[in-house]
Design a protein around this ligand. Sequence first.
Ligand code: DAH
Length: 335
Amino acid sequence: MQSINDVSQALLAQVVTSDTPRDILKSSEIKDLYNQIAQLDPSERGAYGKQVNTLKLNLMSAIEVREAELDNATVTPIDISAPWDVNSRPLGLLPTTYGSEHPLMKELSVVIDIFTRMGFAAIESRQIDDDFHMFGALNFPENHPARDGYDTFRTEENFIPPAHTSTMQHRILKDGKARLEAGGQIAAVSYGRVFRNEDVDATHEHTFYQCEGVFVSETATLGDMLGTLRAFFESYYGQALKIKTQPAYFPFVEPGLEFAIERPAALGGKPGEWLEMLGCGMIHPNVLLAAGIDPTQYQGFAWGGGIERLVMLKYGIEDLRHFESGKLQFLRKFV
Ligand code: DAH
């Protein structure tokens, strides 16, 4: 028969290295100690029982110490050089081997492709800009309330993450001035990310995409603009469309219009269901003048609208927030 002392020492030694120290309380050694009580002379049982209890108490405190130690144990650091198969399919999901282009980027390419085939140059817009390009060059007077409509963010240095791609108009005009004066035209679209200080909901995002168009020549008319926009939308949706416009105020165009299309039946629309797609108009003489272009000799049109809206209509996406959500379930529908 092992002495209680021997058993105690052996079990305490096990506790300090065990990953499951509490199991030791149920070990056969402990059971044996209890079983031995029955074999003892009744006069010895009291003292023996006390010793066994003391052993258990000691064991308990050692177990608690060990458990705390296991809890605090530092996790083995990840070996980033280990040959993980990052493309494995642990959840039986679709393979992620190649990733995929974001639906907005895919559709943006389609949009740019249509305009470049129509003869427009395409340039990406900036993601940080200044007050002059956001407002001044676009005929927004200082302190004019129209500025408030754009919910602009500003950095501490007073730079502006642009709230519309119209910030590119002045650059496009200046860049094209020489070509125009040599008998050519200015025809460019600018596309990219824009930012507004808005509460996010199903139809508003703080970050979204726009595409802006600028055309200037000696003879450009509003009719040319409507024809250009109709051709674009019909090409993008692959079908004939009904269009309409209504007057709208934008300081950088005169007249200014909102351009709407009737939601096609093929895309779940009912007759008379108009969707406003973009703002447009004839470029204001002050905007041409700011770029050094003579408004008595040249005239042009411009338009600008959101990319998300186009894509949502095309694919029946009901919530704008899906685009920036990073949800694979959504993104995989466009692979
Ligand atoms: N920049 C305007 C906006 O984001 C849209 C717009 C309206 C652009 C009229 C234009 C235009 O070029 O002519 O609300």
